[in-house]
Design a protein around this ligand. Structure first.
Ligand code: ZN
Length: 334
């Protein structure tokens, strides 16, 4: 995948292309910014540009996407490029052989359990970083969700990112730069990834063939992120349960939440995010002072509901109460 396929991150792409051209690459990067804006895709494009076998790639600093090296990196099978995330870590945990019956089910269960990039995973990948490269290009070690590394894992990584072997580069990816250890931050070259424009989100949804019924509306509620747009699509679908605005509507929407608590919490929060964005838009465009005060009060209540969902409260109950509070307000959601 060439950098030019990554929409909305032209500044980061241009910077990385210059580095590929010069072949003067820092030992470690920190790609930071919101989820769903292209950080991981850019890391993969960078790894491909550094390892592409097409002679043109040297001049253009763009991967061809077709040579054996580019194809293997896309598939995650190129031995010199390692992408560590919760899926990679879950695979290390599954005891079954990947070709055996029930492997996929067990892997799904392991993925759902993952909360931190562990010290064992870091030890496994740092050991690989010291092995001789298979190809003639660069060794690229990517760690997604880097903010979830706790003390032991972060400390196990420190000396490896400080002095990586020749033609070896680490890329740490995070959506919470502030949550990372200062000792890690000080050893990485930071590279910011900005939220995407609504237009970019819409284009990416269309290009990737995402199954969303209304890309325009989902992009509007996306918060500048593709994953945000997909979350919004599911939440908008929930809000269409029952008859919008009727007396039964709050109960029907709440009944549509998943049975498992973790998923129900995430879904309810996504619905509240949409309603907060809709209330906010109505509030800024409201010409009537009295109505504006009511909307402002409702917004405050909704922020409180959102915080409540994170606590030990039933997400369905909070959501139903929140939706009942919209009664009498002319809020444009769709
Ligand atoms: Zn290539």
């Amino acid at each position: 995948m060439p950098f030019s396929d990554i929409l909305g991150q032209e500044k980061a792409s241009l910077y990385l292309k210059k580095l590929v051209g010069s072949q003067k690459i820092p030992g470690a990067f920190l790609f930071y910014g919101p989820d769903g804006v292209g950080k991981a895709r850019t890391a993969v494009a960078f790894a491909q540009a550094l390892n592409c076998l097409d002679p043109q790639a040297r001049q253009t600093a763009e991967a061809c996407g077709k040579c054996p090296s580019c194809r293997a990196i896309s598939k995650g099978t190129y031995p010199d490029v390692i992408f560590v995330d919760f899926v990679y870590q879950a695979r290390l945990e599954v005891k079954k052989d990947f070709s055996s019956k029930g492997y996929e089910e067990e892997l799904e269960k392991e993925i759902a359990k993952q909360q931190h990039i562990s010290v064992d995973t870091i030890r496994e990948v740092t050991a690989k970083s010291q092995q001789k490269a298979v190809g003639s290009g660069w060794k690229v070690l990517i760690i997604d969700q880097a903010q979830t590394m706790q003390g032991a894992a972060a400390n196990a990584l420190l000396k490896f990112i400080e002095e990586p072997p020749c033609k070896t580069v680490w890329i740490l990816i995070t959506n919470k730069r502030a949550a990372m250890l200062k000792t890690i931050l000080s050893r990485c070259q930071p590279l910011a990834f900005a939220p995407l424009s609504q237009e970019n989100v819409k284009q990416i949804l269309t290009q990737t063939g995402a199954d969303v019924p209304n890309p325009d509306l989902c992009a509007r509620y996306s918060g500048g992120s593709v994953s945000g747009a997909l979350r919004a699509a599911a939440a908008l679908e929930l809000l269409q349960e029952g008859s919008f605005g009727s007396a039964q509507w709050p109960c029907a929407v709440a009944a549509g939440l998943s049975r498992t608590l973790v998923s129900a919490r995430q879904e309810a929060q996504a619905v509240l995010d949409i309603l907060i964005a809709a209330l906010h838009r109505n509030w800024t465009h409201c010409p009537n002072e009295r109505e504006q005060r009511v909307l402002q009060q409702t917004l405050k209540q909704f922020e409180y509901y959102k915080r409540s969902i994170g606590r030990n409260v039933s997400p369905a109950l909070v959501l139903e109460t929140a939706l009942m509070n919209l009664d009498g307000l002319n809020v444009q959601i769709f």
